[in-house]
Design a protein around this ligand. Sequence first.
Ligand code: ATP
Ligand code: MG
Length: 203
Amino acid sequence: MRLGVMGGTFDPVHIGHLVIAEEARDSFDLEKVIFIPSARPPHKGGVSFSSAEDRMEMVELAIRDNPFLEVSGIEIERKGLSFTIDTLHQLHGLYGRDSELYFITGTDAIVEIPTWKDPVELLSESRFIVATRPGYPLEELYESISLIGNGNEMIEKRIILMESPGLEVSSTSIRERISGGRPYRYLLPEAVWKYIEEKGLYA
Ligand code: ATP
Ligand code: MG
């Protein structure tokens, strides 16, 4: 079984996330892509702007019409700091050691890998699909690959670049638009827009 894993804060989820998930599913012939909202992202100082429940709900609304996308609460339920390595171990436990995991990230997130917990172990548990993201140059990506792999080609080969439609959208810019009273409706799925409006999130 080939599984895609989309980690993130999803605060809120937007079309940038959905586009790379779908692109990876198609390009790498994945059976499904599981969105895993993080509980308290260590690299974001443990803060999120909306609750874990709201972030989960928004992802559910965003993916509900796509049978190949799923959401899992494993990081939120685990409590404490969410480390990707623990999530990958847990997924291998759930889907079997033979399952092949593909962790999907944007170029900005992958350059942080050297600072994540157990980078080499991470790459033995999962391949990494790195989606191009506007505003984040690839030079840094290549630098961090050689930093992690340290000359080990087997490891370096597990980080795979994926060209994807460049969408210059981020959760930060959406939150800023909402608090500034500017339009954001078409930057995320209709159902998510409605949810944010109804609950008055990020205002
Ligand atoms: P924030 O601005 O709060 O950091 P974000 O838009 O970066 O939010 P995250 O939840 O941090 O969203 O990202 C989850 C994953 O999705 C990360 O690997 C990130 O690189 C990737 N990603 C987010 N937006 C895009 C985009 N527009 N294009 C490509 N990858 C993206
Ligand atoms: Mg981000």
